[in-house]
Design a protein around this ligand. Structure first.
Ligand SMILES: [Zn+2]
Length: 427
């Protein structure tokens, strides 16, 4: 077994128990290294001067596209990108082919995860068969193997179906994770129904298409007592509804994504890399989301990492597919534009990226560095420009291309193994 000693770094301690630890001693296997019983090996010392050791991040919302769409992303490329972004656990959405709506179909995804993943991947099971919203999936069969249930990519349109799903999930003690979108209110829209859409003659997506289903589901969650989590909230009404529901005791949590916190429709250009679902909304929406982060209404930040091929993203705002990549830029962007600007502190950011998702989704304690071997090391002073050509994800489309950020991931250890390493000197 190869062992490693990290020296000269600082270990991040949450909840204001900041302690500087100059020597962080840890033994773990190097991925792919030869190891053997009884073989004498001296520890390799990695110098992490000037870096901070954080618990590995958790992203509860990614699309790794396999099985079914491996021309967009694979478990291997997606998990490599996650590790490069500091993530040690991600939850993969079920809009795949086949959709994991039965144990058989889920096993196809689990097999690829087992052979190809560099980090901890927890798949979602679909709520309905084929994510079609017509019949419940084999939720009982899948429950022991999935992190939660979601039909992400589309909303469950029927209230009756959502009620059945919540009743079933409640019995199984699983979370319903909802992509909230009312198809009857879309009217062919593809960017936010706001000023930019009007000025440039685009068809808009109204905020109501998001908050109406949230409102419906919050009532159902209150009625059933089901644990309910809302995906990628993007507008001010959603923040308000969830804030009120939390006050009323509904078991609800939610996430937003870096692009909704840092960009709005004023940043739009006629380019597919600004197109995702839900869309970039107004300045007032963005400010309401920041407020929701600060007052704890929004529990976590997920990337909604959704890679597509170059061609699929090259058809402008109207015709490109929806979705952008996010795993390799999330931490530096949030650190640069929220923490360094004094909007939230680093403790809060680590809560949003690790503690809160792990607590809600029952994922291993993130702060137990040595036992779990899930941590990431960032050089927070390193300044650089986001360059998608460096990405390990197969997707290249991000609205943050060219942004100058601080914080470079130097090392990620997942499950005791090095999953990413960059420019670390050995001595
Ligand atoms: Zn979604």
């Amino acid at each position: 077994m190869a062992s490693y000693i990290l020296k000269n770094g600082v270990v991040f301690a949450p909840l204001s128990q900041k302690s500087d630890i100059s020597l962080f001693n840890c033994g773990f296997d190097f991925v792919g290294s030869p190891s053997g019983e009884g073989q004498l090996s001296l520890p390799t010392v990695l110098d992490i001067s000037g870096c901070v050791v954080f618990p590995g991040f958790t992203d509860v919302h990614v699309h790794f596209r396999e099985p079914g769409f491996s021309y967009k992303e694979t478990i291997k490329s997606g998990s490599s990108a996650a590790a490069r972004g500091g993530y040690t656990t991600v939850c993969t959405m079920p809009n795949l082919s086949p959709v994991p709506d039965s144990l058989d179909n889920l096993t196809k995804e689990l097999d690829i995860i087992k052979s190809d993943s560099k980090i901890n991947i927890l798949p979602y099971g679909a709520i309905t068969v084929g994510e079609k919203g017509e019949a419940l999936s084999a939720m009982e069969d899948m429950a022991p193997y999935v992190v939660a249930f979601s039909d992400d990519g589309r909303g469950v349109q029927s209230e009756e179906m959502m009620l059945l799903a919540m009743q079933r999930a409640k019995k199984l003690d699983k979370i319903i994770v909802a992509h909230c979108e009312d198809n009857s209110l879309l009217h062919g829209g593809y960017i936010h129904d706001g000023e930019y859409a009007r000025l440039h003659s685009h068809r808009g997506i109204c905020s109501e298409s998001e908050w109406k289903p949230i409102e419906r589901d919050l009532h159902l969650a209150a009625r059933t007592g089901c644990k309910y989590h809302v995906c990628h909230i993007s507008c001010k009404e959603s923040v308000r509804l969830i804030r009120e529901a939390k006050k009323a005791g509904v078991d609800v949590t939610c996430e937003t994504a870096p692009h909704y916190l840092l960009l709005d429709e004023s940043n739009l250009k006629e380019d597919g890399r600004y197109k995702m679902n839900p869309p970039l909304r107004s300045k007032a929406d963005r400010e309401a989301l920041i407020e929701g982060i600060c007052d704890g209404t929004i529990d976590m930040i997920a990337t909604d990492h959704a890679p597509h091929s170059k061609e699929e993203k090259s058809r402008g705002l109207e015709r490109s597919l929806m979705g952008v990549v996010g795993l390799e830029s999330a931490f530096p962007l949030l650190y640069t534009f929220l923490v360094k600007k004094g909007i939230i502190d680093i403790d809060m950011l680590i809560r949003l990226l690790t503690l809160n998702p792990n607590e809600r989704f029952n994922i291993n304690s993130p702060f137990n560095f040595e036992d779990d071997g899930n941590f990431t090391v960032f050089d927070l002073e390193k300044k650089y420009v986001i360059d998608p050509s460096e990405f390990l994800t197969m997707g290249r489309s991000t609205p943050f291309e060219g942004f100058e950020v601080y914080g470079r991931c130097r090392l990620t250890v997942a499950g005791g193994k090095i999953a990413w390493r960059e420019n670390l000197t050995e001595n």
